[in-house]
Design a protein around this ligand. Structure first.
Ligand code: NAD
Ligand code: ZN
Length: 257
């Protein structure tokens, strides 16, 4: 087990450089340095909001307005840009090392950083959909309403149940994406987890699937998680500081081969 930060960076870089099928799994923590608040952790939104009320499908149906108030806080930094952690992962994909990114995030920052193969387990904020008539919308369709702190109303059927195409608590995950993510995790020989408390299921099952199929396991998180014991290398720190160092080391190793 490596102890010093430099040893851990070397060991992680060796694992990635040697791998044939590295897979990255990310959570809200990777976007914290882009200014998007996480749910759990020190400045997490659950200190302020009740998840059952604002982020469940039942809560949304009861009170769409409370959901929108919360969502606007989550997205108030809509100008959020990818940070060095997102770029580092995209670079590892470009180098042919990372084969897939599985994310719990809905912010699309991986794609904006250049990652190509991204599985979005919880959907994304790209589009909205009416739960009643299934009509899809883009954000531009409602931009004036939201600017005036009003909530979207379906222009087709008049329903107030128009929500971003993200998975709320109480909703199933998109089954094809989940199936593909399980397959990627099963095939992985190196599995890198970044910024996830590993408590939201079934997403949090994926590291265990990778581990039980023999993958080397790396964790980068600001604080300890419930699953630290399954990892070969554990970093407690900021993803945007650690990941670029790992990429530099991978490049050094590759240039020697
Ligand atoms: P989480 O909020 O449960 O946990 C985030 C973890 O990231 C915490 O353990 C925290 O210590 C860590 N962290 C905070 N800053 C970090 C940093 N700079 N570097 C590394 N780690 C850092 O997040 P989760 O595990 O993804 O699960 C919560 C659910 O919230 C997910 O389903 C996701 O869909 C959703 N979510 C998404 C976004 C987003 O799209 N950006 C934001 C908030 C929540
Ligand atoms: Zn409708």
């Amino acid at each position: 087990m490596a102890n010093g930060i430099d040893d851990k960076i070397k060991l992680s870089a060796e694992i990635l450089a040697k791998s044939k099928n590295a897979v990255v799994f990310t959570g809200a923590g990777i976007s914290a340095e882009s200014g998007i608040p996480t749910f759990r952790g020190e400045d997490g939104l659950w200190k302020k909001y009740d998840p059952e009320e604002v982020a469940s499908i039942q809560g949304f149906r009861r009170n769409p307005r409370a959901f929108w108030e919360f969502s606007m806080e989550l997205m108030k930094n809509t100008s959020a840009e990818p940070n060095p952690a997102h770029y580092a992962i995209a670079e590892l994909e470009k180098m042919g090392i990372v084969k897939a990114v599985i994310t719990q995030n809905i912010d699309m920052l991986h794609q904006r950083a250049g990652s190509k193969k991204v599985y979005e387990l919880h959907g994304s904020i790209e589009k909205l959909k009416c739960l009643d008539c299934r009509k899809e919308y883009s954000w531009e369709d409602f931009s004036d309403l939201l600017q005036n702190s009003d909530i979207p109303k379906c222009k087709h059927c008049g329903s107030y149940y128009v929500k971003p195409k993200v998975v709320l608590f109480g909703e199933p995950l998109p089954s094809t994406v989940l199936y593909q993510a399980i397959e990627e995790s099963r095939r992985a020989d190196a599995f890198l987890v970044v910024g996830s408390s590993l408590v939201v299921y079934p997403a949090a099952e994926l590291p265990y699937i990778a581990k039980s199929n023999g993958a080397k396991m790396i964790l980068i998180n600001a604080e300890s998680t419930v699953a630290d014991h399954i990892f070969d290398v554990v970093f407690y720190g900021k993803a945007g500081e650690i990941l670029p160092k790992i990429v530099e080391e991978v490049k050094r190793i590759k240039s020697r081969i």
